[in-house]
Design a protein around this ligand. Structure first.
Ligand code: PLP
Length: 398
């Protein structure tokens, strides 16, 4: 039997391909600290499970394809507090931010089209682009500038008649960059000038540190019909398994067409939507606590990395990731070796080699991404193990 070229050509998740090695290490009794994926250990606010326990319908029925009205209203109210203005009918509920991304690309591009994405970028954008039959043209951003958006004329060179959208995450996974108003204005101006959609993946919206201001793309005047906001409760409320995301746009025609895609999968789980309604009512003080926790973790990782000879990294302003350049040639080989050949008193660390976050061949080979999703003590220990492993690996490979 044949398998389609569509799936054969799809890239295996560069983050998940090391999992069998971690499983093998665990079978040998080695404890693995997971700094490889954005799965926070922060407790999901209890109002989520309470709402599910209190669900009092006799039948768990389908909900409507665009999502429960009370969830859409809860998101409208949440957005209002963030100075983002959408009406209930400008929001569609999706199975996580992932489906929101997929539906947005399916609705804004034709097979063969191109989208611009600042690289390094969230690797799943590759898979989603493949499903939509489109290609990603990377806007290369550099660690030494804090992964800032380059000048307008640099980006403009990448635009062709096939370019239909600019997609980016802000705050950024894997970079931790938070775009300033001026950087976003560059993208907004280009979108207007070249008739492009601006797909703004804001799933890390609250995770911004050091008093830096987050700017949503919704705030740009005169382009509201081009802006699509991608959202999710996965990171915001540490509810990755609930699979609740959303698409927000003021473009009525676009939204009516995305609704057809929503109808193809009938609905998003009814119970999780009930839980998400309560999550979106979580008071703002929750984010203050969670942010303080992530900031502490970021500082631990950054300070430990900065002390390791030969390691280059910048302090990220947002999300919960940090990129680092290592004094080795092949970060993937090092990441594998940490799982297969190294342990410090029976413990090792898993992190993400960064090559898979780049579309430009050859970039990111000696870079990694660390997700600071473990509590202070574990994170500190994991970073000590990382440092010991890097020292040992360098001795073996130099
Ligand atoms: C930038 C970004 N966008 C979207 C997602 C998708 O998240 P989910 O489908 O869990 O909402 C992720 C998950 O890691 C992400 O990092």
């Amino acid at each position: 039997m044949k398998t389609s070229a569509r799936v054969i050509e799809m890239q295996e998740s560069p983050l998940r391909k090391l999992i069998p090695l971690a499983d093998e290490a665990k079978k040998k009794g080695i404890k693995v600290y997971h700094l490889n994926i954005g799965q926070p250990d922060i407790e999901t606010p209890p109002n989520f499970l309470r709402a599910i326990k209190n669900f009092d319908e006799k039948v768990v029925g389908y909900s409507i394809s665009n999502g429960c009205p009370n969830l859409r209203q809860a998101i409208v109210d949440y957005y209002k507090k963030q100075n983002i203005n959408f009406a209930e009918n400008e929001i569609l509920i999706t199975n996580g931010g992932s489906e929101a991304l997929l539906f947005s690309l399916l609705a804004t591009t034709e097979p063969g089209d191109e989208i611009l994405v600042p690289e390094p970028f969230y690797t799943n954008y590759n898979t989603i682009a493949k499903i939509a039959g489109i290609s990603i043209k990377p806007i290369t951003t550099l660690p030494e500038t804090g992964f800032k958006i380059p000048a307008k004329k640099e980006i403009e060179k990448l635009i062709t008649p096939k370019t239909k959208a600019i997609l980016f995450s802000n705050p950024g996974n894997p970079t931790g960059a938070v775009y300033s108003y001026e950087e976003l204005k560059v993208l907004a101006d280009l979108a207007k000038k070249h008739d492009l959609y601006l797909i703004s993946d804001e799933v890390y919206r609250e995770f911004v540190y050091d008093g830096f201001e987050f700017t949503s793309c919704e705030n740009f005047a005169g382009i509201s019909d081009r802006v699509i906001i991608i959202d999710s409760i996965s990171k915001r409320y540490s509810a990755c398994g609930a699979r609740i995301g959303s698409i927000a746009s003021k473009n009525k025609e676009l939204m009516a067409n995305i609704l057809k895609l929503c109808q193809s999968r009938l609905c998003v789980p009814t119970l999780e939507q009930a839980g998400a309604v309560e999550l979106y009512k979580t008071p703002h003080s929750y984010f203050e606590k969670v942010n303080a926790e992530y900031k502490k973790r970021r500082d631990i990782v950054f300070e430990k990395l900065a002390k390791i000879p030969g390691v280059q990294c910048q302090k990220p302003r947002g999300a919960f990731y940090i990129m680092a350049e290592l004094p080795i040639e092949n970060a993937e080989d090092f990441a594998k070796w940490m799982l297969t050949d190294f342990n410090l008193d029976g413990e090792t660390v898993m992190f993400a080699p960064a090559e898979g976050f780049y579309a430009t061949k050859g970039l990111g080979k000696n870079e990694i991404r660390i997700a600071y999703v473990l509590e202070e003590k574990k994170l500190s220990r994991a970073m000590d193990i990382f440092e010991a492993g890097l020292r040992e690996y360098r001795k073996l490979t130099s």
